[in-house]
Design a binder for this molecule. Structure first.
Ligand code: NAD
Ligand code: UD1
Length: 349
C-alpha cells in the first residue's frame, strides 16, 4: 500500500506574472522567484530588452519562465493570460525609466507608466486578482535636506518620470482604499546596480549610459575614454554626489519578501528598498578600481543639471515589515557588474 503522502498529486506551483521581466531588475527577480519554487510568466514588449534574456534566466535558474512578447497596455492580452492560468500575484516592472527622456517626451511616460498600471489593475480586478508589487523609485521624494529619506519624507518629484511614479502610487493607494481585497506594495528603489554573480545576467543600457555604474563599466572595458565626475563642489565630505547603491540581487530578494508580506496583509504600503548607506561617486570609483586592480581615467566636470547632492534611504520600514535588509556592499556590486561586463554582456541590437 502506498503511504498517503506518496499518493498525493504534486501541488501546482504558484504562478507569478512578471511584467518587464526581461529587463534589468525583472530578470534578476525572476531568477529568485524560480529558485523559490514559483512558476513565472513574463510579459514584456522588448522595448528595452531582448528575448534572449529568457534563455539567460533559464541558464542561471535551471528553469525556464514562460514568455509572452506583448504590451501591458493590451487589456485583451492580459485578460487572455489571466483566463488561461491561475496567477497568484503580479510584479509590475514594465515601464519607461529615463529621467532625461521623460523631460523630452512626457506624454510617452505618462501613457506607458500610468496608462500601463490602469490597464493592468483593471484586468487584475476583472480576473479576481488583487496582489501587486510595484516598482516605484526614490525619485518620488523631493530634494530633502533631512536624510535619510523615510517613507514619510516630502514627496515632490522634479521631473515627469518621477511624477508618473507618484501618480501611480496615488492611484494604487486610492484603489486599495476603495476595495479591501487589494494587497499592494510599492517598492521605492534607490540606486540599483550590479549583476547576477554568475555573470550571465546584468544591465544592458542602450546608447551612452546615464547612470554611474554602467558608465564606469564601459570606461573599464575601453568603450568610453574616461569617466566625467559630475561636480566635486557638493556639500559632501569629498565634494561628489552621494547615493544609496543597492545590489540588484538584494533588491530582487526584497521583492520576494514583499510578496510574503502581502500574503498576510491587505491595503497599500510604500517601502524604501535601499541599503541605508550613502556612497560618494569617488567611493564607488575607488571600490571599482580595487576590484579590477587598476585605476580608471577620469576628470572632474561640471554638475549635471537636475542632480541633488545626497540621497540615501531609511530602511527601518523594510526591516520591520518585510524582515529584509540588503546584504551586499559596494565591492560585490562592482565585482558582479564587472564580471557581467567583461564576460557575459551582449550588445543591445
Ligand atoms: P528596464 O528598462 O531594464 O526593464 C523594464 C522592462 O519593461 C523592459 O524590458 C521593457 O522592454 C519593458 N517594458 C516597458 N514598457 C512596457 C510595456 N508597456 N509593456 C510591456 N513591457 C514594457 O528597467 P529596470 O531598470 O529593470 O526597471 C524596472 C522598473 O523599476 C521600472 O518601472 C523602473 O522605472 C523602476 N526603477 C528602476 C530603477 C533603476 O535604476 N533601474 C530605479 C528606480 C525604479
Ligand atoms: C538617476 C536618476 C534617478 C534614477 C536613478 C537610478 C537623474 C537626474 N536621476 O539618479 O531618477 O532613479 O538614476 O536609475 O537622472 N555621475 C557621474 N558621472 C557619470 C554618471 C553619474 O559623476 O557619468 C554621478 C551623478 O552626478 C550622481 C551619481 O553619479 O552623483 C549617481 O548618478 P546616477 O547613477 O545617474 O544616479 P542618480 O543621479 O541617483
Amino acid at each position: 500500500m502506498p503511504t498517503p503522502e506518496m499518493s498525493l498529486p504534486e501541488a501546482p506551483r504558484p504562478r507569478v506574472l512578471v511584467t518587464g521581466g526581461t529587463g534589468f531588475i525583472g530578470s534578476h527577480t525572476t531568477v529568485l522567484l524560480l529558485a523559490a519554487g514559483y512558476d513565472v510568466l513574463i510579459v514584456d514588449n522588448l522595448s528595452n530588452s531582448t528575448a534572449d534574456v529568457v534563455g539567460a534566466i533559464e541558464t542561471v535558474a535551471g528553469r525556464r519562465p514562460d514568455f509572452v512578447c506583448g504590451d501591458v497596455r493590451d487589456g485583451a492580452l492580459l485578460a487572455r493570460l489571466f483566463a488561461r492560468s491561475a496567477i497568484a500575484a503580479v510584479f509590475h516592472f514594465a515601464g519607461l525609466k529615463s529621467v532625461a527622456e521623460s523631460l523630452v517626451s512626457p506624454l510617452d511616460y505618462y501613457a506607458n507608466n500610468v496608462g500601463g498600471v490602469i490597464v493592468l489593475c483593471r484586468e487584475m480586478a476583472e480576473a479576481g486578482l488583487h496582489t501587486l508589487v510595484f516598482s516605484s523609485s526614490a525619485t518620488v521624494y523631493g530634494d530633502s535636506d533631512t536624510l535619510p529619506l523615510t517613507e514619510s519624507s516630502p514627496l515632490d518629484p522634479a521631473q515627469p518620470y518621477g511624477r508618473s511614479k507618484l501618480m501611480i502610487e496615488t492611484l494604487l493607494g486610492d484603489l486599495a482604499a476603495t476595495d479591501s481585497r487589494w494587497r499592494i506594495a510599492s517598492l521605492r528603489y534607490f540606486n540599483p546596480a550590479g549583476a547576477h554573480e554568475s555573470g550571465a545576467l546584468g544591465e544592458r543600457p542602450r546608447g551612452i549610459p546615464n547612470n554611474l555604474m554602467p558608465y564606469l563599466c564601459q570606461v573599464a572595458s575601453g568603450e568610453r575614454p574616461e569617466l566625467i565626475v559630475h561636480g566635486n563642489d557638493y556639500p559632501t565630505p569629498d565634494g561628489t554626489g552621494i547615493r544609496d547603491y543597492i545590489h540588484v540581487m538584494d533588491l530582487a530578494q526584497g521583492h520576494l519578501a514583499a510578496l510574503d508580506y502581502l500574503n498576510t496583509h491587505s491595503g497599500f504600503v510604500a517601502i524604501n528598498l535601499g541599503t541605508g548607506r550613502g556612497s560618494s561617486v569617488l567611493d564607488l570609483v575607488h571600490a571599482f578600481e580595487r576590484v579590477i586592480g587598476r585605476t580608471l581615467p577620469r576628470r572632474i566636470g561640471p554638475r549635471r543639471s537636475g542632480d541633488i547632492a545626497a540621497c540615501w534611504a531609511a530602511v527601518d520600514r523594510a526591516r520591520e515589515l518585510l524582515g529584509w535588509q540588503s546584504e551586499r556592499g559596494l565591492d560585490a556590486i562592482c565585482r558582479d557588474a564587472w564580471r557581467w561586463t567583461s564576460t557575459g554582456r551582449r550588445p543591445q541590437p
